[in-house]
Design a protein. Structure first.
Length: 292
């Protein structure tokens, strides 16, 4: 894979010298990356309430789930575009899947199979939530009715609060995961040097439940310097901002999942150079450029 990629970069450089970048880039990338899905992205497309794919959904009963509490699978309706990457998402302490449900169709419409889960009990701690996210991914790829639509080598995890802490636990336990995104994450473990999964840590400036100074910031800082990682601190936001549709959270989550689950370099433009502070971004840090 490294050789064709370098070769493609060379072709693009030659094309740029010849003033042909626009025509060259699209064709070369489409040929180079078997995982990319959907049209070339724009700021409008990653900010949109819905992406290009129509979405269907199916329920997984707690009675039919092993090691987690069941949930809802959101997936692109079409079978014309091959397989998709998949993401499991855990709610936080005392929460149910309804608290993070908006992310199901939001992310699935961009071209992912998304599993919003219930936990075994609403009081489960982050380490348990991490194991449950992995059990949910196993269910998704091995037993669910949409298993044939999923590329089981291209999986990610997300979660809110203790579910975000759980997404770090899941990544630490299963380094084959391609992306992790803790949302206003909470964990008593502040150090994550073991993680090998590209991780976008999203915190909120006004979070008094999981203050960024004692949760998201040390999580980000402790991830390996060599890792593809980023820290997005939402401006004018609280611990519960991830429980409702949020454009900034969504646009960078979509970009991160596309960049690392689909290996889709078309989304690098939204991540690097790192976004500047704005009315919605308190702070953004990242290891740019991503990939190698
Ligand atoms: O999942 C969360 O919202 C974690 C924050 C919390 O309520 O911790 C209390 C122990
Ligand atoms: Zn640790």
């Amino acid at each position: 894979m490294a050789r064709p990629r370098a070769f493609t970069a060379g072709l693009v450089a030659l094309a740029a010298a010849a003033g042909l970048t626009g025509a060259m880039t699209t064709g070369a990338q489409a040929a180079d990356n078997p995982y990319e899905r959907g049209p070339d992205p724009t700021t409008a497309s990653i900010e949109a309430a819905r992406g290009p794919y129509a979405v269907s959904q199916t329920t997984v009963s707690s009675l039919g789930a092993t090691g987690f509490g069941g949930g809802t699978i959101y997936y692109p309706t079409t079978t014309a575009d091959g397989t998709f990457g998949a993401v499991a998402i855990s709610p936080g302490f005392t929460g149910t899947q309804s608290s993070i449900a908006w992310l199901g169709p939001r992310l699935a419409s961009q071209g992912f199979v998304v599993f919003t889960i219930d936990t075994l009990t609403t009081l489960d701690q982050p380490d348990s939530r991490g194991r449950q996210l992995l059990a949910a991914l196993d269910h998704l790829t091995q037993r669910s009715p949409v298993r044939g639509r999923i590329d089981s080598t291209r999986l990610g995890v997300m979660g809110h609060s203790m579910g975000g802490g759980g997404s770090l636990e899941a990544a630490k336990a299963r380094p084959s995961l391609q992306a992790a995104i803790p949302l206003t994450g909470w964990n008593t473990d502040k150090t994550w040097p073991e993680v090998r999964t590209p991780t976008l840590v999203i915190g909120a400036d006004g979070d008094s439940v999981a203050p960024v100074s004692s949760h998201s910031e040390p999580f980000y800082a402790s991830l390996p310097a060599s890792l593809d990682k980023a820290y997005l601190e939402l401006n004018n936001a609280t611990h519960f901002t991830p429980n409702s549709p949020d454009t900034t959270l969504a646009k960078y989550s979509v970009s991160w999942l596309k960049r690392f689950i689909d290996d889709d370099s078309r989304y690098e433009q939204f991540l690097c150079p790192v976004p500047r502070p704005s009315l919605t971004i308190e702070e953004y840090r990242g290891t740019c450029p991503h990939g190698s």
